[in-house]
Structures are given as C-alpha cells and as structure tokens.
Design a binder for this molecule. Structure first.
Ligand code: ADP
Length: 158
C-alpha cells in the first residue's frame, strides 16, 4: 500500500493546500496530512485547531487523514509507514527550498519526495497572505480558503 505524507504548517489550510491534497489522494492509497509546528512562523491556530479544521474540510475524501506531527519528518514517516512526501510548488523560490529539504530527507531515510505544481489560480495563495487580509476584514475569502476556514478566520479576528 502506498502511503504519502503531506507535511506543512497549514496556518490556515488554503485552497492551494486542498488542491494538492485532492490530487495526492488520486495518486496514493492513503494520504496523511501532517500538521507541523513551524516555530519560525507566527501561528494563528494551534496544531489541534488546525487538525480539527482540516479534518472537517477533507471529511468527504475517504483515503485522507489528518495527524499532528512531532519530531523529524522522516521519523514520523517511519511511525506511520509513509514512504512518500508530497509538497506543493508555487514558484522558483518554493522549488529551491523544497529541493534542499528533499535532499536532506532522502539522505536521512529511504523516502521519495513528490512535488506537485500549484494550479495557476492558486499560485499566489499563501497562508500568510490569507492571515494578513483576513485580519483587515477582507470579504470574499472563499477565493482563497475553504468555507470552514473562512468561518474560523472570521471568529478568530472578531
Ligand atoms: P511549510 O511551513 O511546511 O512550508 P505551508 O503550510 O506553508 O507549510 O506549506 C505546505 C506545503 O504546501 C508546501 O509544500 C508549500 O509549498 C505548499 N503550498 C503552500 N501554498 C500552496 C498553494 N497555494 N498551492 C500549492 N501548494 C502550496
């Protein structure tokens, strides 16, 4: 059985992340969305809140599950039996970053990184942009994030 891990901060989950999850769900038997805690980024939601929110959004995709990640990515992968890492690429900056991390992970363990290109309509979506415009009361957030996330952002910023 092919098991892939899609690790990320997901603070919050965007339409770009969701598209990668859906496409990965067609490629692998199981996809685990791994909610990490990137301490270098300022988080709006706790890992538990993110896990709950993402679970709600992917509830109708049977082979996707959501877990809070801990420790090294490759160690977590060995615990859950995942051999593939899925990540998304929006631009050349993402590419350079992902290439370096993929190199480190393949040196640490027998894992394969699969990079999926962002759809053109998602290329400019990032969690930080969503947080910034959300904090300023932007409407039409559903162009950037799923409905459950729109609601969570409204609640957080009210
Ligand atoms: P991290 O802090 O681990 O980079 P992110 O939540 O920012 O976590 O991103 C997780 C993954 O999703 C990364 O591979 C990133 O490149 C990808 N990603 C982020 N935004 C998009 C998007 N709009 N379209 C496709 N992939 C994306």
């Amino acid at each position: 059985m092919s098991i892939a891990l899609f690790p990320g901060s997901f603070d919050p989950l965007t339409n770009g992340h969701l598209d990668i999850i859906k496409r990965a769900s067609f490629m692998f038997d199981r996809v685990i969305v791994g909610v990490g805690n990137n301490h270098s980024k300022k988080n709006l939601f706790t890992p538990e809140e993110k896990c709950h929110l993402i679970s709600k959004v992917v509830a109708d995709i049977p082979n996707v599950e959501v877990e809070i990640m801990h420790g090294l990515t490759v160690q977590f992968m060995s615990e859950v039996g995942a051999k593939f890492i899925v990540r998304g690429l929006r631009n050349s900056k993402d590419f350079e970053y992902e290439r370096d991390i993929a190199g480190v992970n393949s040196a640490l363990a027998d894992v394969e990184t699969v990079l999926l290109l962002a759809k053109p309509e998602n290329q400019n979506i990032s969690s930080s942009m969503v947080k910034e415009i959300g904090s300023m009361g932007a409407e039409n957030m559903s162009k950037f994030v799923p409905k459950a996330v729109v609601d969570a952002l409204k609640e957080r910023f009210n």
